[in-house]
Design a protein around this ligand. Structure first.
Ligand SMILES: Nc1nc2c(ncn2[C@@H]2O[C@H](COP(=O)(O)OP(=O)(O)OP(=O)(O)O)[C@@H](O)[C@H]2O)c(=O)[nH]1
Ligand SMILES: [Mg+2]
Length: 445
């Protein structure tokens, strides 16, 4: 049972129109009566109504709003009071001091959400969705977090658990009536049902790669020999002059990066040193870096200068990108072409910004190629992915061993899968896991 009443500022510290201070716990209303002058002598304060009045800040007062949310109809499931006061550094701080002097204590990071979870207002994955919503920087990140806060992952995982519960009851029946000797049929039926579950779990896990792109963005290496227009291309894609461009070969030596958002994804571009034979020590290091970036990127743009003949170096570079998701970019298409490239490519002019939008679309299509699965939910949370992978492994092992094991042993395995899945929604998560998750939340949430 949670006894104490906690307080924290729910808005960031700084100059702003308003700040919000949130109190949660048994003493919330008592404390509000002592601080919010209008509540002092009112016996029936209406929940969910916003009252305008004076807030006692010690030696001074401020005018602001106060709302009372009566348990269990509040964010935390407890009595909650929220003050909307003037923003800035002082007022909210003064309210907090008043609350502390009336018997409240400062909330720790994520403590409001933890109470909401412990009081059954939301599941663990829903609470994690709230954090992801706060941290979202792109529309796609927001969409992914919506799937969590709306309870869609919760529903799916719960449906997996229900399937397991059904299997367990089937086993129970068989164990209770062993004289019927239907063990073989039961095992076959359980195997099939576990196979079905496995397919669903795998379908969900297939979204991991897309989730990574949503979370971390798409890393795009711009590579090629010297002077083909790599830095010009970076600048054209970013729409500002990030990298130095000259007609001198070997202008770029270190990696120059920049990001844009395209259709809800972050594109992280890396312009690199032109690849060529060189004695120059600094340039050689730059070229080594370029090759590393090429290796580690999601997409490679290999730039060729179509206004000059294709060289041995270009051909070697084409070899380098063979096993990567890549796009051959024929740059300087504003000038007459000196060669015909037979493979798949896109003609652009970085200098004149011709076809650069089409190139972005091509990058987008190629990044998502093969990643769109039937699942509406996209896994973006590393913890959920890890737990699901572990659950998948136990399902695989259970299917493999079921023919050779007595049914009650398989029942234990199936219970283990159920418990593993419960770690996602929190119904079997240990206190350690719960504490770790909520400690990553921000203060006041
Ligand atoms: N006509 C024309 N010139 C271009 C185009 N793109 C780049 N250039 C020119 O080509 C030269 C080299 O451009 P950069 O962008 O510095 O080439 P780079 O590949 O980064 O070169 P390094 O950093 O030396 O490897 C510059 O003079 C650019 O103005 C283009 O689309 N058309
Ligand atoms: Mg350059």
């Amino acid at each position: 049972m949670i006894e104490d009443t906690i307080v924290a500022q729910a808005t960031p510290n700084g100059k702003s129109g308003i700040s919000i201070v949130r109190i949660s716990g048994k003493k919330s209303l008592d404390i509000a009566r002592q601080i919010f002058l209008r509540f002092k002598d009112v016996s029936n304060i209406q929940p969910n109504y916003m009252y305008l009045g004076k807030i006692n800040l010690g030696d001074v007062e401020d005018k602001g709003f106060c709302v009372y949310f009566k348990a269990p109809n509040s964010f935390t499931g407890e009595d909650v009071v929220e003050f909307q006061c003037h923003g800035g550094l002082v007022v909210a701080q003064k309210i907090i001091e008043q609350v502390l002097s009336c018997g409240g204590r400062l909330a720790t990071a994520g403590e409001f959400s933890k109470r909401a979870f412990l009081n059954g207002k939301m599941s663990l994955d829903q609470a994690e969705g709230v954090v992801d919503t706060i941290n979202a920087e792109t529309e796609n990140q927001l969409k992914a977090s919506n799937e969590l806060t709306n309870g869609n992952l919760f529903k799916l995982v719960t449906s997996f658990q229900e399937k397991l519960t059904d299997i367990l009851s089937e086993i129970e029946v068989n164990l209770d009536y062993p004289e019927h000797d239907i063990e073989y049929e039961t095992k076959e039926s359980i195997k099939n049902r576990l196979q079905n579950l496995l397919v669903q779990v795998e379908e969900l896990l297939q979204t991991e790669q897309k989730g990574k792109l949503i979370n971390k963005g798409i890393s795009i290496a711009i590579v090629g020999k010297t002077n083909v227009g790599k830095s010009s291309l970076l600048n054209a894609l970013l729409n500002y002059e990030q990298a130095i461009v000259t007609d001198i070969e070997g202008t770029t030596r270190d990696v120059v990066s920049g990001s844009i958002e395209y259709k809800g994804f972050i594109f992280n571009f890396y312009d690199t040193a032109g690849i060529r034979e060189t004695e120059d020590k600094i340039e050689s290091i730059g070229i080594e870096k370029a090759k590393k970036i090429l290796e580690n990127s999601d997409i490679v743009l290999l730039v060729l200068d179509s206004s000059r003949d294709l060289t041995k170096q270009d051909k070697e570079n084409l070899e380098l990108i063979k096993n990567k998701k890549s796009i051959v970019v024929l740059n300087k298409s504003d000038l007459p072409a000196k060669f015909v490239y037979n493979g798949e490519s896109i003609k652009i002019s970085a200098k004149q910004k011709i076809n650069t939008e089409e190139l972005k679309q091509k990058i987008y299509d190629l990044s998502l190629d093969g990643l769109n699965s039937g699942s509406q939910i996209v896994l973006t949370n590393a913890r959920h992915i890890e737990v699901l992978k572990q659950a998948k492994q136990i399902i695989v092992n259970t299917i493999e061993s079921i023919s050779d094991l007595p049914l009650d042993c398989s029942a234990l395995d199936i219970k283990t899968i159920w418990e593993k899945l419960g770690e996602i929604t929190g119904n079997t998560a240990t206190e350690d896991i719960i504490d770790k998750i909520f400690s990553k939340f921000c203060l006041g949430k």
